[in-house]
Write a protein that binds this ligand. Sequence first.
Ligand SMILES: *Cc1c(COP(=O)(O)O)cnc(C)c1O
Length: 550
Amino acid sequence: MTSPYLELVASLRQAFPQPVSDRVHDAYFVFSFLRALDQLDAMKSVSPLLGKPALLDYEGARLSRVEDAPQSLEHVTQMLVQHLSGLFIWGHPRAQINVVPPPTIASIIGGLLPSIYNPNLVSEESSKQVAVAEVEVSSMTASMIGYDPAQSAGLFTFGGTATVLYGVKLGLAKACPESGRTGLRERIVILCSERAHYACLTVANWLGIGQDNVIQIPCSAENEMRTCLLETMAREVLAGGGKIAAIVATMGTTDHFGLDDLGTIHDIRDRLVDEFKLDYVPHIHADAVIGWAWSVFNDYDFHVNALDFRPRTVRALAGARRRIQQLPLADSVGIDFHKTGFCPYISTLFLVKNSHDLELISREQSDTPYLFHDGHYHPGRYTLETSRSGSGTLAALANLRLFGKNGLRSLLGHVVAMAEELREHLEGHAATTVVNRGNFGPVTLFRVYPDGVDTFSIAEHELKEASYREKLLAHNEYNRRIFHLVQADALKGEGVVISLTDCYRETDYGEPMVALKSYILSPFAEEKYIEAVLESLWKAREKIAAEDRA
Ligand SMILES: *Cc1c(COP(=O)(O)O)cnc(C)c1O
């Protein structure tokens, strides 16, 4: 008679991949996964949702407790699958929701393999060739954005926010070298644009800089930092005895795909160092978590246009490249493969132009550049994290190899072409106005108006004139109603799911301007789905007009 615990161990052994090859058990492993995929597949339909819209039962969730008895793998899998029901299918052609890509099969496998063998990127001892993959992806990406891979270094981390954290931390170490030990004792600021991601605030808060010391520079109509104001505000800080931890340039803002002018920002930084005889060089971090992918066009010949993009698409891609090719001017760059690189969460790379910068945040100071100290790779000496998964790294490597430059160019070119198509229609119609006009990316922000509104001038009036407050608020509400009708249509598999942003910007008199947002990232996007968006908008307008008449 064996003890009960040994029986349980024996049965639970079946729930682990076998350490020594066992073909029969391998088949069980693969088949278990296949069953999960089958169940998920059965939840697909013409609607861009897995299964049905789900009621989220938090009450029930709070009553959940761990049971005494183990459950079978089959049972657990089924339960897990259920937790995916109601999710949007980001890659569905009827989904234009947000900057969330559908992951490729290669990147899914890249993400899965490490979860089976659990490499830990804290050291090369525990990660071996996965550590090599981190160096590989860092070099490939560095070279793509225009860094010298022989000088630069990279590490995978926990999301775009973490890349801002690393960038600002390096800047702090440069401006206040003792602050890591003594804490902050002087006023130090982060400069970024008013459209920068709130990660800048988070980072200032968590690093002890203080959110109030994030200076948000007003933007132009193109959602770019107004660099003349950057210069004025930076000068004020320095003249007042303050320091600059970092200037964060946003290369692809979250909602508008605004691209800051890094060239001018870099010139201003250098000028201020001279003028104020600074004993440190304020760090420039490029938050390019969205825009980095466009660097694949840095060496694309738009004149020859071998991939045969349409003229409007060429214009948009070249317009984005104009800014993105300045990326190598930044001292560090944040890159999300889980945004515009078609990888599963989390796949985020932080790149520094000069690998020696990492010594500033190393736990063990040494005079040898320790990136390859004694010929060995020791990322655990300078990463914030201890354990780091290899999933993001292998997923990124998978897609860089799967796509090659031409694959990524084609995918980006396609989504931009679709966005241009939508913009062309929206700009051409009397009832709609595009509010991120002149934009070159895959995101379109627009407002819809009822009959009788002059859409050529209304957005401008609403933005600048307080006398339009009432109208603005009414139109905000109108756009919310349109959104709900379009959403309902989409869930029936007729329209397309788009999203609503409560405040794409504030008016000059301090009210939020609501906008509808189409973010196209699906490789399955096609013209007929652009038409479906428009039809759904017209249907919603008519419905509201009828309701309001009634
Ligand atoms: C999404 C985003 C972030 C945050 O990145 P995560 O990967 O979601 O943590 C930071 N900056 C910008 C501009 C973003 O769009």
